[in-house]
Design a protein around this ligand. Structure first.
Ligand code: IPE
Ligand code: IPE
Ligand code: MG
Length: 245
């Protein structure tokens, strides 16, 4: 394994990850897609541990998109049950950890058991002060921004705000991610180079990193490679920067 030296003073605060390639990973092994999802879900634990020890403050994980409902019913069912099974198995570990887990996404299409588990996980970890793990589940950026627009329109309609109060800051406060900083680094695994409706507002100035590695194989070294690449970039945010050479 190559030894990657990272600059401890330039670790991205918020990393967004599009966990892609579970199905292809399984297919390569002549296994059902759900086997890949299982492997992929366990990989979340390792990636969270590694991100936390590198000093990352928050990770947003794209686990189920608003478009993923169009997949075969058996696959959807498996993915919908995963948080429940995961919670039952790992509750003690979770309580002992310092991870704060939050969920972003629609909640009106979940069944009662799933909703209950999501609320419990959020409640039981809300005072934790370590890495924030933002699980994006039934998440879609268009749905998120549409919801924000509706909430803001209602405030305006009820004369609680004026037109001039509608600022980027106000819009941000109506997103699921209102308590998180903007995304610094977006990683997508599996060779696809698209955003697939993920955190469109929040990635405005994120550095993008695409790798061919399938999500279940995205290990500590891969995470370090992504952060290393991030550290080589010159983020300018529209301004100018003197040549560092
Ligand atoms: C990502 O893996 C996980 C989810 C979208 C739930 P995929 O299931 O998209 O795997 P591929 O892209 O088919 O290989
Ligand atoms: C994006 O992956 C959604 C998640 C990782 C949850 P998809 O596999 O659904 O995206 P597309 O269809 O290739 O764009
Ligand atoms: Mg995919």
């Amino acid at each position: 394994m190559e030894d990657i030296k990272l600059d401890k003073d330039n670790i991205p605060s918020h990393i967004a990850l599009i966990l892609d390639g579970n199905g292809r990973w399984a297919k390569k092994r002549l296994m059902p897609r759900t086997y890949g999802h299982r492997k992929g879900a366990f990989n979340i634990i390792s990636v969270a541990k590694n991100a936390s020890s590198l000093g990352v403050k928050a990770i947003s994980l794209y686990c189920f998109s608003t478009e993923n409902w169009t997949r075969p019913a058996t696959e959807v069912k498996y993915l919908m049950q995963f948080p429940i099974r995961f919670y039952k198995k790992n509750r003690e570990r979770l309580l002992k950890s310092d991870y704060k887990i939050i969920f972003s996404g629609r909640r009106d299409r979940f069944d009662k058991d799933l909703l209950e588990v999501i609320n419990k996980i959020e409640e039981e970890t809300k005072l934790h002060t370590g890495l924030i793990i933002n699980i994006c589940f039934d998440y879609g950026s268009h749905a998120e921004i549409t919801e924000a627009c509706k909430e803001i329109a209602a405030l305006y309609k009820d004369s609680k705000i004026n037109l001039d109060d509608i600022t980027p800051d106000l819009i941000n406060k109506h997103l699921y991610t209102k308590d998180l900083p903007m995304v610094d680094l977006l990683i997508r695994t599996s060779g696809e180079e698209r955003i697939s409706n993920f955190l469109l507002w929040q990635i405005a100035y994120a550095e993008l990193y695409f790798t061919d590695v399938y999500w279940p194989d995205f290990d500590e070294n891969e995470l370090k490679k992504a952060i290393y690449s991030y550290q080589k970039r010159h983020r300018r945010f529209g301004g100018l920067e003197e040549d560092k050479k």
